[in-house]
Design a protein around this ligand. Sequence first.
Ligand code: URA
Length: 458
Amino acid sequence: MFHEPIDGEDPLNVVELIRKKREGKSLTEEEFRFLLSGYVKGRVPDYQISSFLMACYFRGMSEEETFVFTEVMLHSGETVDLSDVPGVKVDKHSTGGVGDKISLLVAPIVAACGVPVPMISGRGLGHTGGTLDKLDSIPGFRTNLSIAEYRRIIGEIGVVMIGQTSEIAPADKKIYALRDVTGTIESIPLIASSIMSKKLATGINGLVLDVKTGRGAFMQTPEDSTRLAEMMVRIGNHFGLETMAFITDMNQPLGMTIGNWLEMVESVECLRGTRGIGDASSDLMELTHLLAAHMLLLGKRVKRYEEGIALSKQSVKDGSAYRKFLELVAIQGGDVSAIENLDQYLLPRHIIEIRVREGGFVAGIDPLELGMTSILLGAGRQRAEDLIDHKAGIILKKRVGERVEDREVVALFHTDREEVIPAARERITNAFLVTATEPTRPPLIRTMIDKEGVHDWP
Ligand code: URA
């Protein structure tokens, strides 16, 4: 925790530190601590931290500075000790994408296989969705648990999914909200330190990172995504947390749904095994099993990756992953009957079909445009205080590489907002690129990064 400052005795000058970073120089631990503690305590205003963050965005940070920045954010709040919970505790984190509902799948799968998963998730950021918003679509589900409840639940059922509490890395919580509205999200040291400060605070022993790359990701090129992944893997291992990462494709949405309840339905059906095998959601399940298998490896439940894949698939097949999800919903106050009767959920006022103009092959489905359009439909926030309509979103009927006929329906959208229908129709139609020749499909999984370096996958 930050120490109380002694009034009138600040040894440093905030403007000097902003200038120092603006000129590309490195800050010391004392200087970072002074800035961040001042910010958390309300002595340094938003406008000065915004300016500092913009200087970081343009000038970057050295590896040493990124470690220090992470450590200062980590120690701005409490760190949870889960050593009395048996087992190697493992988490997964994605850097953010469109239609990315993998946390809803891997958490119960890995827990059902015997490895505890204490998961801290975030809300939607920019055009990307957030696991917390998806969980909120289950009536009654509570993600704002105290640290005491978090500890109790992970001990009792081996899985818990919560949001960042005010006790965990409060400096990151405040800075993250400021970055969202000041154009300073897409910075490798800022993203890496933000994610890792929270993860290091939660008492886990292993972490698998899913670092997205492509048009729907914050890092759009594989080179930048690899640099981000390497930085997070280095931070994790520097602080004694076994960390590895995969670079995965975000040039089209993941799975077939975008929007909170729609994504919940797809996830539940995949957990039940009625979807995701040899159908349009199979990319989603391929990535889910890959990440789950590596969580099982880090959790020392299996010795080989192939064993992890087999165990992960088995937990879906024998129903144990779905049962674990129901247990999680119940213990966190959610309405289990909403999950067991997916079709009885409220329907939106409008369900609109999107047709391609001419037939051919789907050569692209722009995830950034679909992410932005789903916000327009009500599925995300334009301002921090906006309420989300959990029913709103987009259902895809095709994936990149598939053939379409003239005027075929390629997507549907759900909304209560009649006034946005014409714009949404146009934007979703234009998000589909149809060509006469068959395109090459982008690889779903590109590389794996661990403390030894970058490896081609598979
Ligand atoms: N997720 C985080 O937790 N922090 C970022 O900066 C970006 C995504």
